[in-house]
Design a protein around this ligand. Structure first.
Ligand code: GRF
Length: 196
């Protein structure tokens, strides 16, 4: 049984879907939900689902990323996690942290990578006049929003779309894509998932 740690900074809707998916004959189980914000809604939602939680506030480290990451890694090692899922985790991780989990740390990004790495992905897709948007699950490497793609979901952009209306439709696809990719990945299958 694979042990999964999920890192989230905010509401944790992706975390909830991942936790809810890991039941029955699923080859993985959640062992930790952790945040860089002790007040993150994701933590109370995880506790409500009976999942162990932890938090390490990044602010006291004042930009000393290695020092922050040295604390962040402790609950992950204590939980003996095999797979790390970043799900709305909004801190950039250094190669020092990423390399410890090479090939077993996943992230979901709200664009069709390699397009629109970074922030404000929906506004950028609208600005560019794209006909499609979507989300990507990828293995995490030291380069931001880079790394081998494990899955993508596509969403048609409508003429009246705003960043918010598009984000809502993409988020709904994220909630389908991430659990699908995690189940395959946990069973040892890295072949890409393409939705719809
Ligand atoms: C999602 O849009 C995800 O693509 C991005 O941050 C958001 C997380 O939302 N990484 P939630 O915290 O999972 O609801």
């Amino acid at each position: 049984m694979k042990r999964v740690a999920i890192l989230a900074s905010g509401g944790g809707s992706n975390m909830v879907k991942l936790v809810e998916s890991m039941t029955g004959d699923h080859p993985a189980r959640p062992v930790l939900v952790m945040s860089n914000d002790a007040s993150a809604l994701a933590l109370s939602r995880a506790r409500d689902m009976g999942v162990e939680t932890a938090s390490v506030d990044h602010r006291p480290f004042k930009g000393d990323r290695p020092a922050f990451e040295a604390e962040l890694v402790k609950p992950i090692l204590q939980a003996d996690a095999d797979i790390i899922c970043l799900a709305g985790f909004m801190r950039v991780l250094t190669s020092g942290f990423v390399d410890q989990f090479a090939g077993r740390m996943l992230n979901i990004h709200p664009s069709l990578l390699p397009k629109y790495k970074g922030l404000n992905t929906h506004a950028r897709a609208l600005e560019a006049g794209d006909s499609q948007a979507g989300c990507t699950v990828h293995l995490v490497t030291a380069a931001l929003d880079d790394g081998p793609i494990l899955g993508q979901a596509h969403v048609d952009i409508e003429p009246e779309d705003t960043p918010d209306t598009l984000a809502a439709r993409v988020l709904a696809m994220e909630h389908q894509l991430y659990p699908t990719v995690l189940r395959k990945f946990a069973s040892g299958d890295n072949s890409p998932v393409i939705l719809p």
